[in-house]
Ligand binder design. Structure first.
Ligand SMILES: Cc1cc2nc3c(=O)[nH]c(=O)nc-3n(C[C@H](O)[C@H](O)[C@H](O)COP(=O)(O)OP(=O)(O)OC[C@H]3O[C@@H](n4cnc5c(N)ncnc54)[C@H](O)[C@@H]3O)c2cc1C
Length: 325
């Protein structure tokens, strides 16, 4: 008879070891009872997903947890892998569209993993540290490297997972080391050379692991140089909408072109589905003008993609992430 174990009190999480736990348990009806008991301190049932996303759309998370230690994250991943429930990772919620239904399983926010320590040109920071804080702290310390991230909201973990950036630069350019929590709850450290980034994509994101901690290398600089560099990225943001709630750019830029330009040419500006509307300022931003649903956003995305394809023959790829659809 198979043994289905998920009493985590008896499981120690080994750092830096990739472990094979062998038996993957059938989903047991009462993992929920155990999960609620074990994580009562950090758990919310039926949490509003709209409240967790910058766009303000979505239904509810069956279980929402906000662990404040890496160890607790490992335990939850381990629990999920043994009991067979999905663990969805969330940072600042600034790049996601949630569906309107219930996201079954566990939605884990990394927001409370927010340790940060500076040592000369190096920063070690946990996933939940807000990117704007890293950008401003670096500037204060006259450390150059992340000026391109000026104005990018959300968390460090989310920025690394999507290789967020601007002007041809991205988070992978400044990473020295990345610590991840694997699906089975083990912890791995990855050094420069073992990961890579390309436009809005990061190699370690592929298998759904959690980016837990990063070491970032800066360069000593002067206040003037940092301000000059930051100004370039500030200026680029002037053409972006300030009104309403959005999740940033809807589509990736296709090679050699701009998604915003193509959407504009195709006549998408001002297009509306329910409460979702394409910004009149920048066509690559969808705004929740009030009361939009996740489905409104997804339908508007589809409509825009079709219109661009019909007009130009180019099929745009999503930059924003759809969860639960
Ligand atoms: C006004 C505005 C402007 C923006 N400008 C830019 C821009 O210039 N450049 C740009 O690249 N983006 C931009 N964005 C999009 C967004 O802010 C970035 O992609 C940001 O880095 C997402 O971080 P987050 O913590 O909010 O991630 P979330 O939205 O919470 O998550 C995004 C994705 O990353 C995953 N994820 C989050 N945290 C982790 C983690 N710790 N480990 C593993 N996976 C994780 C999630 O599962 C999800 O798939 C903008 C958004 C807005 C609203």
């Amino acid at each position: 008879m198979p043994i289905f174990l998920y009493n985590l009190d008896r499981i120690s999480i080994k750092h830096n070891a990739k472990r094979d736990y062998g038996v993957r348990c059938n989903v047991s009806a009462d993992w929920r009872t155990d999960f609620k008991k074990d994580y009562a301190r950090i758990l919310q049932e039926r949490a509003s997903l709209a409240a967790l996303s910058a766009l303000g759309v979505g239904g509810e998370a069956e279980f929402f947890v906000e662990p404040d230690s890496l160890n607790e994250v490992c335990e939850i991943f381990r629990f999920g892998s043994v009991a067979g429930f999905p663990v969805y990772v969330l940072g600042g919620g600034t790049n996601v569209v949630f569906s309107d239904g219930t996201l079954n399983g566990v939605t884990l926010s990394a927001r409370r993993l927010c340790g940060m320590s500076w040592d000369g040109e190096l920063l070690v920071a946990e996933a939940g540290v807000p990117m704007p804080l890293i950008v401003s702290e670096a500037a204060k310390r006259r450390l150059a490297g992340v000026e391109f991230a000026y104005g990018i909201p959300g968390s460090l973990g989310g920025a690394v997972a999507g290789n967020a950036g601007a002007g041809g630069r991205g988070m992978s350019d400044v990473l020295e080391e990345v610590t991840t929590v694997e699906r089975d709850g083990s912890v791995r450290e990855w050094h420069n050379g073992e990961f890579s980034g390309s436009y809005r994509s990061f190699s370690l994101s592929a298998t759904g692991r959690l980016i837990a901690k990063c070491k970032i290398k800066f360069q000593n600089s002067s206040r003037e140089d940092i301000e000059r560099e930051t100004e370039i990225f500030k200026k680029a943001r002037e053409g972006q909408p300030r009104e309403g709630r959005s999740a940033g750019c809807t589509f990736k830029n296709p090679p050699g072109d701009s998604a915003g330009r193509l959407l504009d040419v195709a006549g998408c500006k001002g297009l509306r589905v329910g409460g979702a509307v394409v910004s009149g300022v920048h066509a690559n931003f969808i705004i929740n003008s009030g009361g939009a649903s996740g489905m409104d956003i997804v339908e508007l995305i589809g409509l825009c993609r079709d219109m661009v394809f019909q007009k130009t023959g180019i099929s745009l790829e999503n930059e924003i992430k759809l969860l639960g659809f």
